[in-house]
Design a protein around this ligand. Structure first.
Ligand code: ADP
Ligand code: MG
Length: 232
């Protein structure tokens, strides 16, 4: 599995080490990791047109190579149900992001299908100076922020590593299903971990991968946000 790195080389030519969400999700699609649909609109009219193509409800997010923490910048609006709501969200996002990042290059907004709530997990890859690529798994939201409930393994993972790192987080019972909620598709999460691990092991250009959040359902899982960082 060798991935053509057009996306990576294009970013490098522009002197960028942080891939946009659009670029990061293109890479994921090449790895056969499910993500949201996404199309970048450079005007309000285009955003409205794209949203009716995708179908309501949609999510709008700031599309800028210089803004990576999109919510913090007021750059994410979810659950938009009409052309009017999309138009208003476009204006609000632009106003807030331009105010907070006056020097940022802004490409427009990405218009995405709004996926239904699932169990939020995060999957990541960072490089350790001693051990090289290290894979991380955890539950999303407060679980990672407050409880730091994550597990790590050095890449490349074996399938048994991937299974164990999911099982060993404290919140695993949430993934198994509790009080009548359906269990998450653990096999798909293991598969995502394996794909990220393999990709990291064979792509030295990549410094960091952050899929935060991934929404896990009973029969699949979707990377809702993605950020890939390249080596200098
Ligand atoms: P940030 O750059 O702030 O991390 P995200 O892309 O993660 O931005 O979006 C923030 C939150 O908005 C996510 O954690 C998720 O709860 C929600 N969200 C983002 N995109 C979608 C989507 N396509 N469908 C449903 N919810 C989404
Ligand atoms: Mg995110």
């Amino acid at each position: 599995m060798s991935i053509p790195s057009d996306i990576i080389s294009a970013a490098k030519r522009q002197g960028r080490t942080i891939l946009t969400e659009e670029e990061s999700k293109k890479l994921l699609r090449e790895l056969n990791i499910e993500t949201t649909q996404l199309s970048v609109a450079s005007s309000k009219e285009e955003a409205v047109a794209e949203s009716s193509k995708i179908g309501f409800p949609v999510v709008l997010k700031i599309a800028s190579p210089d803004i990576t923490h999109k919510s913090d910048a007021g750059g994410v609006k979810v659950n938009l149900n009409s052309a009017e709501e999309v138009a208003q969200a476009y204006e609000d996002i632009m106003e807030s992001c331009k105010k907070q990042f006056p020097a940022a290059r802004i490409d427009g907004v990405s218009v995405q299908n709004m996926v239904q709530p699932g169990i939020e997990v995060i999957i990541g890859m960072t490089k350790d100076s001693q051990f090289g690529p290290v894979i991380m798994f955890g539950l999303g939201g407060v679980w990672v922020e407050v409880l730091k409930d994550v597990s790590f393994r050095i890449a490349p993972l074996t399938e048994s590593d991937a299974a164990k790192m999911i099982k060993e987080i404290k919140g695993f019972s949430l993934l198994k299903g509790y009080r009548g909620t359906p269990p998450a598709d653990i096999a798909v999460l293991e598969d995502m971990l394996m794909k990220i691990s393999r990709y990291a092991a064979e792509t030295p250009d990549i410094k960091e991968i952050d899929l935060n959040p991934v929404f896990a359902y009973s029969d699949h899982a979707v990377a809702v946000d993605a950020r890939v960082i390249l080596e200098n």
